[in-house]
Design a protein around this ligand. Structure first.
Ligand code: F6R
Length: 358
């Protein structure tokens, strides 16, 4: 039930710290990760991982690519289910498939799984619904443990997917003796992330004001970032457009100048994420380009960057899993922008919770 909440979306945003702690206590036994041994071997034997998903789950896959490549040393492809099913590329010799699906019922993802099964490849579904079609038909299942997600806009399933991907990546990396995996304190990071989200959701009025100041009169909005922040900006913009109906784009910060910057004019809102260490200095340059054209920039980062401009300073966590934290301001901004426009936040127009047609 919604309890005292006006709608499910805000409740589900608020539940994320609890979900992070639940994933940590479920998948760890002391310092050891408990997951299916056979699955572990299967994944560790693959020469390439293929992550297949749609929508928000696809965005969680883009974040997972970095985590898997860092911690397991195996190359990863992330594929849109709706494309991959009909245009399957030449696969590697020993592929392993990971399906990400909150509902476990997405038809686009399922038709890829049917083909994967026909080809005799092994697969894992990470899902919130353990008895779902994608869970039953895949070789293995890992539960997201996010609890029922009722609002159409996915929030806690995204952060749960990144956390569960991290669990698998660390376990596989440890199994293969990858140093980075052995050293990565995932339990500590998930605890930090839970606390960080808690801090953010306790500042709701601030995000309500940001949504008003930046978006009340806007038709378009941009989220920009590099690396891990680029993956995040795609999810941030999807959240905003699907419930507020404001046209939003997630953009690789360095790519703006190759065309899209022509859309930046006075007061166009630009939310700039700067968590990616390697790209930070260049993203700062891109922010200045946007500001020079009158764009209304909000910097979102765990480091203090904006000397005089506006910034949301996030509590710091390891960069690899930083989207677990940095997505939350975007969820809240989308929520309040939609609310201010009088939209049905839980049931946006034209959308269903699980998309069972291809
Ligand atoms: C966005 C959203 C959709 C779903 C997508 C995949 O907020 O909810 O983009 O993420 O339809 O759904 P699942 O994860 O159930 O396969």
């Amino acid at each position: 039930s919604k309890g005292t909440y006006a709608n499910y979306m805000l409740k589900e945003i608020d539940e994320q710290p609890v979900v992070m702690r639940k994933i940590s206590s479920h998948y760890f036994d002391g310092k050891d990760i408990k997951i299916d041994e056979k699955m572990l071997e299967d994944v560790a034997n693959a020469d390439r991982l293929y992550i297949v998903a749609a929508g928000t789950s696809y965005h969680a896959g883009l974040v997972g690519k970095d985590i898997f490549e860092n911690l397991t040393d195996v190359p990863v492809d992330v594929e849109l289910a709706s494309e991959f099913g009909y245009h399957m590329p030449k696969l590697s010799k020993k592929p392993f498939f990971i399906f990400l699906s909150q509902s476990g019922e997405t038809a686009d993802s399922r038709q890829v799984l049917v083909k994967v099964n026909e080809l005799g490849h092994h697969s894992l579904t990470m899902t919130n619904v353990p008895n779902s079609t994608l869970s039953r038909e895949a070789t293995y299942t890992m539960e997201l443990l996010a609890g029922p997600e009722i609002a159409v806009a996915s929030t806690k399933a995204y952060t749960a997917q990144i956390a569960v991907e991290s669990v698998l990546a660390k376990a596989v990396g440890e199994y293969k003796g990858v140093k980075l995996a052995q050293e990565f304190d995932l339990q500590g990071q998930l605890a930090l992330a839970a606390n960080a989200i808690q801090t953010i959701v306790e500042e709701k009025d601030r995000f309500k004001k940001i949504a008003h100041d930046y978006l009340a009169n806007s038709r378009d909005a941009f989220y920009i970032g590099r690396g891990i922040d680029y993956a995040l900006s795609l999810e941030a913009s999807l959240k905003l457009k699907e419930i507020s109906y404001i046209h939003a784009e997630g953009f690789a910060a360095g790519e703006l100048k190759h065309g899209t910057i022509s859309l930046i004019e006075k007061d166009v809102p630009v939310f700039a994420y700067v968590n990616d260490g390697v790209g930070a200095a260049h993203t700062r340059g891109n922010i200045q380009e946007v500001e020079a054209r009158g764009g209304h920039v909000l910097v979102i980062s765990s480091k203090k960057y904006a000397e005089d401009g506006d910034q949301v300073v996030l509590p710091a966590v390891d960069e690899m899993i930083s989207p677990i934290v940095s997505v939350v301001p975007a969820q809240l901004i989308a929520y309040y922008a939609a609310l201010e426009r009088g939209n049905d936040v839980d049931k946006p127009r034209n959308l269903a919770k699980s998309v069972t047609v291809e």
